[in-house]
Design a protein around this ligand. Structure first.
Ligand SMILES: [Zn+2]
Length: 378
């Protein structure tokens, strides 16, 4: 067995010859310089600085050298690898900076472009208005009551004291679904079906359903055979109020109406009642409220005319009255013990004067350009 080769010359190892190490280093530096982007640089890194690159392979040869040759070869290879790594890092930094600059330009956001988000919608102002009015009464302890839109003729007319020959029953006012010309005055189960012409049948249903005291508010859609034009629509909305209890009087009705207009239009609003006739209330009244725009200041004052009230100082809001005892009897309520008041008005009309909507067709056409300005209100 021979002794270790003490005079081993590292130059004898081909990969460790100084000129070869220099060539490997120069090739690496040239490859990094030539890399035009980060992908190319990554490839060059694998080829010239990775685990199987010529310099790494040469580095492995050092371990086999005799001790005295190791230091010199190690220094040479180490220096070359150091230069390669430094050049790699420098090139990497340059290419990353270029990329970042390019991204800033290519992916810049043009804030002047029109935005493509879906705009938020709005609830229909009729719905909002109806709920707002109902809320006023719910705040006073009333409950919401609802009924069918295709209603028995008996509920729509007979129970509410519409006589058999009342003109409202005629075809020109009422949509008949079934049983046109049926014997007027027939009971609920044998009466015809109409699209309800008012929300008042809900009163009769409520009174048949429960024992007094009854405090309900009935918002809903109603139908009449009107042509659609600027001031008429065959489908519109009403809100109706019914209170039946012991000892209720017109004073309670007036106080309730005053509270409602104050809640909706402001604290110093007032109402007035004018005599009228409805079959289902006795006495009946037309109810006006002070014009919330001019507060009456336009009356007799041609210098300050008011478009909202036509310079009359009052706005007609709806009909009301004490529930006719005949209605109470028809609904099984003892008129000797109980009395009640009722009140109803059209939501469309209130929306028109409250928001200066001049054409009723705008409310039914479903154009979001009309709806959106009212905004979102829940
Ligand atoms: Zn006015």
């Amino acid at each position: 067995m021979s002794a270790p080769n003490k005079s081993y010359d590292p130059v004898e190892v081909e990969a460790l010859k100084p000129e070869n190490i220099e060539r490997m280093r120069d090739e690496a530096l040239a490859a990094f310089d030539a890399a035009a982007d980060l992908d190319a640089l990554a490839q060059a890194k694998t080829a010239h600085a990775g685990g199987t690159s010529p310099l790494s392979l040469a580095n492995r040869e050092i371990g086999a050298l005799p001790p005295q040759a190791k230091a010199e070869a190690g220094k040479r290879v180490g220096m070359a690898r150091g230069q390669v790594n430094k050049a790699l890092a420098a090139r990497q930094a340059v290419l990353e900076a270029e990329r970042d600059e390019r991204v800033l330009v290519e992916e810049a956001v043009d804030v002047t472009l029109p935005y493509d988000r879906v705009p938020s919608g709005a609830r229909h102002p009729l719905t909002t208005m109806m709920e707002r009015v109902a809320d006023v009464f719910v705040g006073m302890g009333y409950e919401i009551a609802e009924g069918p839109e295709a209603e028995a003729e008996w509920f729509n007319f007979d129970a509410l004291n519409f006589t058999p020959d009342h003109p409202a029953r005629q075809m020109q006012d009422t949509f008949f679904v079934r049983g046109e010309g049926q014997e007027p005055g027939s009971r609920e189960d044998e009466s015809g079906i109409v699209l309800r012409t008012h929300t008042s049948p809900v009163q009769a249903r409520t009174l048949l359903d429960r024992e007094p005291p009854v405090y309900v508010v009935c918002p809903g859609r109603v139908y009449r055979t009107d042509e659609l034009d600027a001031t008429h629509t065959p489908v519109f909305h009403q809100i109706e109020l019914l209170a039946v209890d012991e000892g209720l009087t017109m004073a309670d009705l007036k106080g309730t109406l005053d509270h409602m207009v104050q809640a909706l239009f402001g604290p110093d609003m007032k109402t007035r009642l004018r005599p009228n006739f409805f079959p289902f209330t006795e006495p009946s009244a037309e109810m006006d409220m002070v014009c919330y725009v001019c507060r009456g200041a336009s009356v007799g004052n041609p210098e300050r005319p008011c478009r909202t009230c036509g310079s009359e100082g009052w706005i007609e809001l709806g009909g009301c009255g004490m529930v006719n005892p005949k209605v109470l009897v028809a609904c099984g309520v003892d008129p000797e013990k109980y009395s009640g008041f009722a009140f109803g008005f059209g939501i469309e009309r209130m929306l028109m004067f409250r928001h200066n909507v001049e054409d009723m067709r705008d409310m039914v056409e479903g154009d979001i350009r009309f709806t959106r300005p009212f905004g979102m209100e829940i």
